[in-house]
Design a protein around this ligand. Structure first.
Ligand code: MTE
Ligand code: MO
Length: 384
């Protein structure tokens, strides 16, 4: 805020006509927020992180939704695309996109989070901005057909206990999903934030598996096969496991546990001197709704309740807000959340005590520790 020095009379009036109409909108040329690509990632593979510090509310704009690509983005003509459902079923069926779009649909808001999100925090290499530390989570409104509807159409045989799901990208990324989850809340989605999926998000068809690790949300979905045991694909037998100190690894850690992070003010940002700032951030849980978020502005001496944006949706990002007056002194700030199972987000020390510090074949997965930011006297924020 600045006070008015003189009445704003005689300000120049703009008489020129502005920009022309356009059929597909774009943001203002003043806005620069973008996804962050890991340097050195090969060609079309790797990941790109969402700039969480630049976002408002709970919905990630499709153009900023994080990307995790194991074999680049295939280009698929929806008129040619088909979904095959076979295996232990009464009637194997092939669905075209037109077939799917005439079926009863649902629209639901859910986050997707890569299992590896914030894994470097466990390693003791904290990310210096929310984007770098936690940018492998995003949240959208997804539209599509409940998987349970399609499974009823093909008639699942009683022997079937798992569903093998496969993508149409070059690596044919595939995962096994317990039949119980398939019947519960999985969406065979073609819509994202009110329009068709983005190519990077699986156009024209993907699985949205609410609350479960990103990898199982198969993009460019082309095949579902009913089976009676997990298929032991590469991404469930080797990758996305959690290596424990005793040398054994946890397999099938499907649920992403409760996590939160302050996105503003946070690492990489600079405060403009002492005074009032709204602290804001995101919390989410793969088990259900966020029930409470607490914020500490003094290194963990006190924790106070943050306001939660309503409605609080299940397995979706939840925006929290906390009023703060900075006294100009150095401090550290963090958030911690509780979901509706009663589970509290743990500290890094608590997690490391159980899981140790031995990285698995693809680094650390399923890390959800509390994230601290340091506020320096200069107003600069860094990781703590
Ligand atoms: N077919 C296919 N599905 C895929 C992937 C992929 O590379 N190919 N990546 C997976 C991983 S590891 C994650 S974290 C999510 C990421 O979804 P997004 O790119 O839409 O954010 O998609 C999953 N589904
Ligand atoms: Mo992932």
């Amino acid at each position: 805020m600045s006070s008015l020095a003189a009445p704003a009379i005689g300000q120049e009036v703009i008489h020129e006509v502005g920009q022309p109409r356009r059929s597909y909108g774009e943001r203002s040329s003043f806005e620069k927020a973008g996804r962050y690509f890991n340097p050195g990632a090969y060609g079309g593979t790797g990941s790109a992180r969402t700039p969480l510090q630049d976002l408002y509310g709970i919905i990630t704009p499709s153009a900023l939704f994080f990307e995790r690509l194991h074999a680049g983005v295939p280009s698929i003509d929806p008129a040619q695309h088909q979904l095959l459902i076979d295996g232990l079923v009464e009637t194997p069926l092939i669905f075209s996109m037109k077939d799917l779009e005439r079926m009863p649909s649902v629209s639901r808001v859910h986050f997707i989070e890569c299992a590896g999100n914030s894994g470097s925090e466990q390693a003791g290499e904290p990310g210096d901005t929310p984007q770098k530390s936690h940018g492998l989570v995003s949240c959208a409104e997804w539209t599509g057909v409940p998987l349970s509807t399609l499974l009823k159409d093909v008639g699942v045989k009683t022997k079937a206990t798992w569903v093998y799901a496969e993508g149409a990208d070059a690596c044919r990324l595939a995962r096994s999903i317990p039949l119980e989850k398939a019947m519960e809340d999985i969406i065979v989605a073609y819509g994202q934030n009110g329009e068709a999926l983005r190519p990077e998000q699986g156009y024209p068809l993907r699985l949205v598996v609410p609350g479960w690790e990103g990898n199982i949300n198969i993009k460019w979905l082309q095949r579902l096969t009913l089976i009676d045991q997990p298929a032991m694909t590469k991404d469930e037998a080797a990758s996305y496991t959690d290596l424990l100190p005793n040398g054994k690894a946890r397999q099938f850690t499907f649920v992403m546990e409760a996590k939160s992070v302050i996105t503003r003010p946070a690492g990489g940002q600079v405060l403009d001197g002492r005074g009032f700032y709204e602290i804001s951030g995101l919390a989410w849980s793969g088990r259900g709704r966020i029930q409470r978020v607490q914020v500490s502005v003094n290194g963990g001496r006190d924790w106070k309740e943050a306001d939660l944006q309503k409605p609080i949706l299940t397995k979706a990002l939840t925006r929290f807000r906390f009023p703060w007056t900075w006294d100009g002194q150095e401090t550290t700030i963090a958030s911690r959340c509780q979901d509706d199972t009663g589970y509290w987000q743990p500290t890094r020390d608590e997690l490391v005590a159980v899981r140790g510090l031995t990285a698995g074949p693809d680094g650390y997965n399923h890390y959800n520790g509390i994230k601290w930011w340091r506020v320096k006297r200069t107003g600069e924020l860094t990781y703590a």
